[in-house]
Design a protein around this ligand. Structure first.
Ligand code: MRU
Length: 348
């Protein structure tokens, strides 16, 4: 597969793949205005927690690179405004805020330097965030691949792959790493209603990578497990609290409950930039609610529900840490008890 990059800085613009068009069209968008970026994030043209961290970083740079202020105070006010604006695009993925915070702290640490220099340092920081993600995902993949055995069948949901990161993936990175080590395995991808990231993005990615993938509707997972067809579930995460409770795409929690009932290991693969150690448990994770139209019509030619029906459309759910077998991170695999394990691993 030709190497693709979900997000990069190209010719003075943020270049993203418009993921809402996949798998029908592969089209890149060059973004030169942070309002366009905000909308692209909100509409999931660029999505997935680590990719949102990179979008936030490039967004901050884009938002201040032509700032006219030469004094730090004025520049800093503008920077805070840009950061606050981008922070309002989507609430759940910790990485978005992590990216914004990392950019903000570069400016504060270098406040004595000329604004022109700070701008250069912000560019470098964004580039570093991108480079770190590439390494981090490969490290997650290497650790996680030890959990995949030849002949396994893996179930996943949403898209935690190349398209959700810079170029490798977390949950799917584990699979790419196992593939690179010569392991043969199969994958079932949940379609992931309502926005179909599993059907549209994960099957596209895995097919291109020549991984044996079968698409199922979300409500078929229990049957597959009961039939003994699933050896492990691996998903990504958007935010992980200090006790290991993990928010991910809606439907993840039900897979974890099902996996426990069928005695199947349930793994979450995520970088430390997804951990929010300020939150003691998952009840404090903000859950995004999205428009009704995504459930009633989007991606369908015709409406699929009664006109004007009430809709509840939470985009994420929280999986209780007691249902998680292990967290796969770039520093290693964390097993229960998670609170102590996460603390210890953070210090590494
Ligand atoms: O709404 P999305 O498509 O941004 O949701 C993405 C997910 O839930 C992913 O599983 C998560 O961000 C991890 S991506 C490595």
């Amino acid at each position: 597969m030709k190497a693709i990059r979900t997000i990069e800085w190209k010719h003075g613009a943020i270049r993203i793949i418009d993921q809402t068009l996949l798998p029908l069209k592969f089209r890149v968008l060059d973004i030169r205005d942070i309002r366009v970026l905000w909308k692209a994030i909100r509409q999931l043209k660029v999505r997935g927690a680590p990719a949102l961290g990179a979008a936030a970083a490039w967004g901050v740079y884009l938002g201040v690179k032509d700032a006219p202020e030469t004094e730090f105070a004025g520049f800093s006010r503008r920077l805070d405004k840009v950061i606050g604006y981008l922070a309002s695009a989507r609430p759940t993925a910790r990485n978005l805020f992590w990216g914004l915070e990392r950019m903000g702290s570069v400016a504060v640490r270098n406040r004595q330097r000329p604004v022109s220099r700070i701008k250069k340092l912000l560019f470098r920081q964004a580039r570093q965030i991108v480079e770190d993600d590439r390494q981090t995902c490969r490290a997650i993949g290497a650790f996680g691949s030890t959990l995949i055995h030849g002949g396994d069948t893996i179930l996943t949901v949403c898209n935690a792959g190349i398209l959700a990161t810079i170029d490798y993936g977390t949950a799917l990175g584990v699979l790419y790493s196992a593939q690179a080590r010569g392991r043969k395995f199969k994958v079932y991808a949940c379609e992931t209603r309502p926005l179909l990231q599993g059907a549209r993005l994960t099957t596209w990615e895995l097919t291109k990578r020549k991984i044996d993938v079968t698409l199922i509707c979300d409500n078929m997972a229990a049957t597959l497990m009961a039939q003994g067809k699933i050896d492990a579930v691996i998903t990504g995460a958007d935010r992980i609290a200090a006790n290991g409770d993990a928010a991910n795409k809606i439907g993840t929690y039900s897979l974890a409950v099902l996996a426990r009932h069928h005695r199947i290991p349930f793994y979450i693969a995520a970088p430390f930039s997804t951990f929010d150690l300020q939150l003691k448990d998952g009840a404090q994770i903000p859950i995004e609610e999205r428009p009704a139209g995504e459930v009633t019509t989007l991606y369908f030619k015709n409406p699929v529900a009664a006109q004007g029906v009430k809709v509840y459309n939470p985009a994420f759910d929280v999986t209780d840490h007691r249902l998680i077998t292990a967290l796969i991170t770039e520093k290693g695999i964390i097993r229960p008890p998670f609170k102590a394990g996460i603390k210890k691993m953070t210090r590494r």
